[in-house]
Design a protein around this ligand. Structure first.
Ligand SMILES: *[C@@H]1O[C@H](CO)[C@@H](O)[C@H](O)[C@H]1NC(C)=O
Ligand SMILES: *[C@@H]1O[C@H](CO)[C@@H](O)[C@H](O)[C@H]1NC(C)=O
Ligand SMILES: *[C@@H]1O[C@H](CO)[C@@H](O)[C@H](O)[C@H]1NC(C)=O
Ligand SMILES: *[C@@H]1O[C@H](CO)[C@@H](O)[C@H](O)[C@H]1NC(C)=O
Ligand SMILES: *[C@@H]1O[C@H](CO)[C@@H](O)[C@H](O)[C@H]1NC(C)=O
Length: 513
């Protein structure tokens, strides 16, 4: 059985390598999506640029964290990463060849404004102008994130970064430079990437920079308070976003005709049982992860469930703050990878000095089921649609970009990445159903364009459409089969039903080997 499966796969791969056009897209056609729907791929500055101390860039909290050993979770740093700083032309060519409508990337704050405030680094400015021009000249939209967790270290040292309200002023000034310098060509701005994970990882659990947490956390933070800081930091992120958005709308939007939004990591939250306790707990988990931001954006205040469980530790919006934050998004970017079972956990409310995670009063376990027990564990698009339905019920309609979606594999796994093809095919296909069911999704981005320095896993964990052998000094981008598959889809190549069946079979065979 083992041998037979292997031979069939080898044969098929041989066929595919010899005639790539055979690698087609099962039942999916690009032209079935709305004409303005954008398909793209994502990265972020620290994860791909490299050139960490070149041309005037100064360290961010990520350089500090990586050089101090990544909290012993993994090895590596972004000193070189994919060297996109030097290879952006080559990368944009690959994107154009692939047929991407858009590239989602972020601006390194400390490359553009090395001390976080004050003088602009002309070489940094030149780099982003070059990258944006290269994209535009190839017909690729630039979807830009201003803050992908890489605060200039100077601001962390000077006043504690995001725990201090001073960040609102400095972030807005940074955003102003970006709107002014790039806004004639950039029409899609995301202020902050995964604000919810930045708060929880950086200020509650402490496994992400700037590594703040209470002494009770298993991570050895030298400062912080997990009961209060996550809430303070989120409050300041909301104000910083709203301040930048207000500036954009009053000074630039009329002329530049762009959009400004915020990004969150989302999960499907599935009640572990059908008891009302677990159903309510699943809703509460969603309130804590997503409502924490969405409720202020839509209604101008935090969710009731959070007010109840967090009490006086949850900052209170003044009337003017509430007015500033409410309505400050043109779209929401959602990163979606996997889902959780949620079980009610009322006992965690009795923990002394409880943190954000305990305030949620839930127990989360990875979603698994009979049909998803192997490699394909994460292919459960119905949980994404369930999430969108729930958000629509609570917050009404708002434009959504799926900013990240993709499958994690080990760096040294095969270039013939059938499980990734299957993952992308199922999610992209399900997006079409969601559009038909009335969800206002404007675009979809694969995470990640290539294998990057993963912020939650270093170089061992990869999601890329292109592989990079780190031992190869040229860091040559090598296409995985998934890049060919995506390209065929984006170029509206027609489907051969026989081969489509083989994709399905091969994904299964591959998992069995
Ligand atoms: C965190 O701050 C709260 C409120 O100021 C205080 O009661 C608590 O003791 C602090 N916790 C730690 C671990 O410092
Ligand atoms: C925290 O410190 C202890 C004792 O020095 C060490 O054993 C442990 O690995 C550290 N934990 C992390 C996450 O660095
Ligand atoms: C809960 O109820 C739904 C709908 O009736 C059903 O599909 C699901 O299997 C049930 N879940 C559990 C864990 O019993
Ligand atoms: C991948 O394989 C290369 C070459 O065999 C090896 O040097 C490297 O350590 C491997 N990487 C991981 C993450 O296992
Ligand atoms: C895409 O492919 C379909 C099926 O072959 C074809 O009917 C359609 O005209 C193509 N659309 C575009 C925009 O090329």
């Amino acid at each position: 059985m083992w041998k037979k499966g292997f031979v069939v796969v080898e044969l098929l791969l041989l066929m595919l390598v010899c005639s790539p056009v055979l690698l087609v897209v099962d039942g999916l056609r690009r032209d079935e999506y709305p004409p303005h729907f954008v398909f793209g791929a994502s990265t972020s500055a620290y994860q791909v640029e490299g050139a960490a101390d070149e041309d005037g860039r100064k360290p961010s909290i990520w350089d500090t964290f990586a050089h101090a050993g990544n909290a012993n979770m993994y090895k590596g740093d972004g000193d070189i990463a994919c060297d996109q700083y030097h290879k952006y032309k080559e990368d944009v060519q690959l994107m154009a060849k692939m047929g991407l409508d858009a590239y989602r990337f972020s601006i390194s704050w400390s490359r553009l404004i090395p001390d976080g405030k004050g003088p602009i680094n002309q070489k940094g400015l030149q780099y982003y102008n070059n990258l944006i021009n290269e994209l535009i000249s190839h017909g690729i939209q630039a979807h830009v994130t201003l803050y992908h967790w890489d605060l200039p270290q100077t601001l962390e040292d000077e006043y504690g970064g995001w725990v201090n309200k001073k960040i609102v002023r400095d972030f807005t000034a940074f955003a102003n430079v970006c709107f002014r310098e790039f806004g004639d060509r950039v029409k899609h701005w995301t202020t902050i990437n995964e604000g919810n994970v930045f708060s929880q990882g950086g200020y509650d659990i402490g496994f992400l920079p700037p590594q703040h947490c209470s002494p009770s956390s298993i991570f050895n933070c030298s400062k912080g308070n997990s009961s209060t800081e996550p809430y303070l930091v989120t409050h300041n992120m909301l104000l910083a976003h709203a301040s930048a958005a207000t500036l954009y709308r009053s000074k630039y939007q009329d002329k530049q005709h762009g959009f400004i939004g915020f990004n969150l990591l989302a999960f499907g939250f599935v009640p572990l049982t059908n008891t009302s306790e677990d159903i309510i707990a699943a809703q509460r988990a969603q309130d804590f992860f997503l409502g924490w931001f969405l409720s202020p954006f839509i209604f101008g205040d935090y969710p009731e469930t959070m007010k109840k469980n967090v009490g006086s530790r949850l900052p209170i919006f003044t009337k003017s703050e509430s007015n500033l934050v409410k309505g400050s998004i043109d779209f929401v970017g959602i990163n979606f990878y996997y889902s959780y079972f949620v079980k009610d956990n009322p006992r965690s409310l009795y923990i002394k000095d409880r943190d954000y995670t305990a305030d949620m009063a839930v127990e989360l376990t990875a979603y698994t089921s009979e049909e998803t027990s192997k490699d394909e564990a994460q292919i459960i698009p119905w949980t994404l649609e369930g999430l969108l339905d729930s958000l629509k019920n609570i917050y009404g309609d708002f434009p959504i970009y799926i900013h990240e979606n993709g499958l994690q594999t080990h760096r040294n796994s095969s270039l013939e990445d059938w499980p990734r093809i299957k993952y992308l095919q199922e999610y992209i296909g399900s997006i079409l159903d969601m559009l038909r069911n009335g969800h206002d999704i404007r675009g979809y981005f694969v995470w990640s364009f290539m294998d990057v320095f993963e912020l939650l896993g270093g170089y061992e964990s990869t999601f890329g459409l292109y592989y990079i052998d780190l031992n190869d000094p040229t860091l040559r981008r090598q296409p995985k089969l998934s890049s060919q598959w995506y390209s065929n889809f984006l170029n509206n190549r027609t489907m051969d039903p026989m081969v489509a069946m083989q994709i399905e079979k091969n994904a299964l065979l591959h998992n069995a080997i």
